[in-house]
Design a protein around this ligand. Structure first.
Ligand SMILES: [Zn+2]
Length: 318
């Protein structure tokens, strides 16, 4: 699949994804290493007391082993608030730079929005709560088998998963806040750019344009229910959303003369009609294709015909 985006926008997309990936790696690397160390330590202890990972832990060994496991989990800590605040600041700066590619020189000093600051401020506390829940679970868990031990360590891993998802959200939210602020400041419209294989909600926003300071409407989707419950200034529309904003002047004013909103809407229709959208079952994707087929079609007839056959057959695998 080649990108339907103009090269400058495709480059920005790559840059923003790299920024997100780096941020997530930076903020979770230490915790992942600690978890690997804990896994090794408690597994060694289990083997010492049970005789092997495939052996049951004798009942009289459980209390002492549990003490070791609980102590190991209680020793974990994730404190990434300061670094996440720096990610937010760097994301805003990246967003301003991306907007400048369209709008020219931008002189803005930005602070993260309250929504962004709230998430950053809460990250340490939420991680601590996740880790505390893992410790509580380990105090009462069955510890008869090594798989029980791995499940207990896995609970702690949920804290890392949440930090990972939070970091990615903050990174993308900050980039988009930067772009939105720059567009508003220049009294330029904002264009929603979805991922090629975005979810059925985000594809419905692809190519949508709102004026300076305006919000994108809630409730749009090609699917059965929209992930967007309130009007919003821009992506992310949901956790792990990688949609972007771009300032939008007009096809006439844009450097390459491309009518990008039309291109993006057409590509979104194509994604739905081909069944490529992510995070939806095949029946849901077929219902979405059916909805698009009943709307004003922007795709070539061959794409629509193929989708009609898929809907009629009840599968995209024809
Ligand atoms: Zn999205």
């Amino acid at each position: 699949m080649t990108s339907p985006l103009p090269p400058w926008l495709a480059r920005q997309d790559v840059e923003a994804i790299a920024f997100e990936e780096r941020a997530a790696e930076q903020l979770t690397a230490a915790a992942r290493r600690e978890l690997v160390a804990v896994t090794r330590r408690v597994t060694a202890e289990y083997v010492r007391r049970a005789g092997g990972v495939d052996q049951l832990l004798p009942a009289d060994q459980v209390p002492a082993f549990r003490a070791v496991l609980v102590a190991a989990l209680a020793g974990l800590s994730i404190r990434v608030g300061d670094r996440l605040a720096r990610i937010a600041a760097a994301g805003l700066a990246l967003g301003l730079r991306h907007a400048a590619a369209v709008l020219g020189n931008i002189r803005l000093r930005l602070r993260p929005s309250p929504a962004l600051r709230d998430v950053v401020a809460a990250v340490n506390e939420r991680a601590a709560a996740d880790l505390a829940a893992a410790v509580r679970a380990a105090r009462t868990a069955d510890l008869e088998r090594h798989s029980d031990v791995m499940a207990a360590v896995g609970r702690a891993n949920q804290a890392v998963h949440r930090v990972d998802a939070t970091t990615r959200w903050v990174a993308n939210r900050a980039v988009n806040e930067g772009i939105a602020a720059a567009a508003d400041d220049a009294v330029a419209a904002r264009l929603w750019v979805a991922e090629r294989d975005a979810c059925l909600t985000c594809l419905a926003y692809a190519g949508m344009v709102v004026g300076a300071g305006e919000l994108f409407p809630a409730g749009q989707t090609f699917g059965d229910t929209s992930a967007v419950v309130g009007a919003l200034a821009g992506p992310p529309a949901h956790p792990r959303c990688r949609c972007r904003l771009s300032p939008w002047l007009s096809a006439r004013e844009s450097a390459d003369g491309v009518n990008l909103p039309d291109v993006l809407r057409r590509e979104a229709q194509r994604t739905v009609l081909r069944g490529w959208s992510a995070h939806a079952s095949e029946p849901a994707r077929l219902r979405a294709a059916d909805r698009v087929l009943r709307s004003h079609l922007l795709v070539p007839r061959s794409v629509a015909d193929r989708a009609r056959r898929a809907v009629a057959a009840g599968t995209f695998d024809t």
